[in-house]
Design a binder for this molecule. Structure first.
Ligand code: NAD
Ligand code: ZN
Length: 369
């Protein structure tokens, strides 16, 4: 199938291509957009071994020169200062100059790290994203946020740096572990709930997409990027107080707390926490009288239909309501100690609220788990 093209209408607009065989055409697609023919590819070892050769062939066939392929260890620990420093040294040692392009081949970890290297090396190199996880294709490669973690917290150092192009090759998802694919779906479902029509589509097509149906995956990526692209275009630098990018945190106040309670030890993926967070956000919306009574069950049914756990009690470990409440109070998105929630009046009708009574949240968590 032909690739579909979507323009993200930022101050420097760029395109996202979604299709099934884009690595092979990467050079031809990129060459006209880049400041020179020289590129550096950054990938983690899992992705380099599976897709590195196809990308190399595609880039070279389009006449690009690969100065270096820099391979980093897989995993969140790679989004660190030490690996940032090492990768930057290697980019420069490979002969990069100000007209060299950094290409990120991989999931959100590599995208965030390579993007930050591109944003900062020689005060800014051209950047291209080739996302290979569902999460990266529908979420982290859209919006221009790049960065690394500090010991004191995730994503605390970073920059906005928009890519010249995003190549979302859905064929690369065929090698992604099923668990990672499902976790990425949580962000698709989130975009669905923010969008409305995409939610109905998710309910009808989620299981097929998760089973690997290429057309369903392409649509999920394209529609998700459309939704997120429109949201970030309206709030490029995350400055809107309430609407804007804040809405992308639907399910994340709960999700981040659950994730933090697991200590980022790999027992729970981000998307797995967000899936439960979406159900809880729907339940909170209903309890506060904003959404109709059936919404939480509908969200839970969808989450379960793609193989994600929908309830806190289904989690591999018990959670303390007190600890979750404390996590949510100290969430970096909380304002002046007030927890912030994205609530729903229904699919396609999200809004931000900073005056949810704490006891409503607390009793919801007690009843849920
Ligand atoms: P990830 O990059 O760690 O990838 C998950 C795992 O899948 C890794 O082990 C990786 O090696 C492997 N993998 C990737 N592609 C593969 C493929 N095609 N085949 C086989 N294995 C493959 O994780 P992720 O979920 O993609 O991204 C998570 C990161 O994204 C977090 O650091 C998060 O902070 C960041 N993030 C950033 C933004 C943003 O706006 N910049 C948004 C959301 C998340
Ligand atoms: Zn998320």
């Amino acid at each position: 199938a032909e690739a579909e093209r979507l323009t993200v209408p930022l101050s420097q607009p760029y395109d996202i291509l979604v299709g099934g065989n884009l690595l092979a055409r990467a050079g031809a697609l990129l060459a006209p957009l880049l400041p020179s023919r020289r590129v550096v590819v950054i990938a983690d070892a899992n992705v380099a071994s599976r897709h590195g050769l196809s990308l190399r062939a595609g880039l070279e066939e389009g006449g690009l020169t690969i100065l270096a392929e820099i391979v980093v260890p897989p995993g969140e620990a790679t989004k660190s200062f030490p690996s940032y420093a090492e990768v930057t040294e290697r980019v420069l040692a490979a002969g990069a100059d100000r007209r060299t392009t950094v290409i990120a081949l991989g999931g959100g970890v590599v995208g965030d790290l390579a993007g930050f290297v591109a944003a900062t090396t020689l005060r800014g190199l051209a950047f291209v994203q080739v996302p290979t996880t569902l999460l990266a294709q529908v979420d982290s490669s859209v919006g221009g946020k790049t960065g690394i973690n500090l010991k004191s917290g995730k994503n605390l150092v970073g920059a906005f740096h928009q890519p010249k192009l995003v190549l979302a090759d859905t064929a690369t998802l065929a090698t992604l572990p099923a668990r990672e694919l499902r976790a990425g779906w949580a962000e698709v479902a989130k975009h669905g709930l923010l969008d409305g029509p995409l939610w109905d589509w998710c309910e009808a097509n989620g299981p097929a997409a998760i089973a690997g149906d290429p057309a369903a995956l392409r649509h999920a990526v394209l529609a998700s990027c459309k939704l997120k692209g429109a949201v970030v275009a309206a709030d490029e630098r995350e400055e809107a107080p309430d609407g804007g990018r804040a809405l992308l945190n639907l399910g994340h106040t709960f999700g981040h707390a659950i994730e933090a309670e697991c200590g980022y030890d790999g027992s729970l993926l981000h998307g797995e926490a967000v899936a439960i967070g979406l159900v809880l956000a729907a339940a909170l919306s209903t309890r506060l009288g904003h959404a109709e009574a059936g919404l939480p069950a509908r969200v839970a049914r969808h989450v379960a239909s793609v193989g994600l756990r929908a309830r806190i009690v289904d989690m591999p470990r018990p959670f303390s309501t007190e600890r979750l409440m404390a996590r949510m109070r100290s969430d970096k998105k909380a304002r002046e100690g007030k927890m912030r929630f994205i609530l729903l009046r229904g699919p396609g009708q999200a809004f931000t609220s900073s005056d949810v009574p704490e006891d409503a949240v607390e009793s919801l968590l007690r009843d849920a788990g």
